[in-house]
Design a protein around this ligand. Structure first.
Ligand code: SAM
Length: 289
């Protein structure tokens, strides 16, 4: 049995390297073989695929990825983990470890240098304290990512896949669905990790879209409408959008557009779908013509 596939084995290896789990860096290492297999299956890797892994930790997932992909580049912020991680992945000549903060990484440069412009799949058991900034960086900067398979907190997975009008639905749901098509892979209990986190987790797959599912004339306005709607989600859309400093249209303009599109003037933004937000943004843009 692989020593990294049990809590005892991971704790022992950490101890031998004089390491402690850094809670502040979200260090909960996956030991559950079934979940590892589900992640690798969902990523649909082959001997041609390049993988970017974020936060390889002890290298448990990295080893699985290396066995199934052409090349794996793993970005880990914690320099103390690097010797153990290098040791645990030493038998694979297709793994490169980079000691860096993913949020400060120039992805375009990294992809050009490491993947020669090939399409890349991202696979990661994310550090939960920065889940949203990492997902949005990958989707907004996208230097050639075809899919993202991520372990995240169950509540965040519910938000990314939520339906309009539900409590879990928010600005992040719409942003992620603008750039990708999320699908649920599996639920993961706390005891699949060492140390176990306080919350349940879930694996999601985001298939990155070549083009957004809606046509938007002014992306800045579109995203500002979303921000406004969920910044004050209990207010009517007319009030939250009309009071938002980044939106140049007044409440009368917004009311005119809502009524033209057949919405009630008391509708809240949290009830609007991605298509609805694009319709409202495009109608508002047309008022300027
Ligand atoms: N991939 C390993 C696994 O599945 O067992 C570890 C996952 S653990 C949840 C998250 C990892 O991300 C940790 O190794 C942590 O040090 C690393 N990490 C935290 N913040 C990071 C950042 N900003 N950039 C890169 N790695 C980071």
């Amino acid at each position: 049995m692989d020593k990294l596939h049990s809590s005892k084995g991971v704790r022992k290896t950490m101890g031998e390297h004089g390491l402690h789990f850094q809670k502040s860096l979200g260090q909960n290492f996956l030991t559950d073989v079934t979940v590892l297999e589900q992640i690798v299956d969902a990523a649909k890797l082959d001997s041609d695929t390049c993988v970017l892994e974020i936060g390889p930790g002890a290298g448990t997932l990295t080893r699985e990825l290396a066995q199934n992909a052409y090349r794996v580049v793993a970005v880990e912020i914690d320099k103390n983990l690097i010797p153990m991680l290098s040791e645990n992945t030493a038998e694979f000549d297709n793994v490169k470890i980079i000691n860096q903060d993913i949020l400060k990484t120039d992805l375009k440069k990294l992809f050009k240098e490491e993947f020669c412009g090939k399409t890349v799949k991202v696979v990661a058991n994310l550090p939960y304290y920065i889940t949203t900034p990492i997902i949005m960086k990958l989707l907004e900067e996208n230097p050639g990512i075809s899919s993202i398979v991520i372990m995240i907190q169950k509540e965040v997975a519910e938000r990314l896949t939520a339906e309009a009008g539900t409590k879990a639905y928010g600005a992040i749901t719409l942003s992620v669905n603008y750039y990708s098509k999320p699908s649920f892979v599996c639920l993961v209990p706390p005891d699949s990790f060492v140390p176990p986190p306080k919350v349940w987790s879930a694996v999601l797959k985001l298939d990155v879209l070549e083009n957004p599912p809606v046509e938007v004339k002014d992306e800045k306005l579109f995203f500002n409408l979303i921000k406004a709607a969920f910044g004050q989600r209990r207010k009517t859309f007319i009030n939250s959008a009309g009071n938002f400093s980044g939106i140049a249209f007044d409440k009368e303009d917004i009311k005119k557009v809502l009524l033209k599109l057949g919405f009630s003037e008391t509708a809240r933004g949290e009830t609007f779908s991605l298509v609805n937000f694009s319709q409202i943004a495009n109608e508002l843009s047309d008022l300027n013509l």
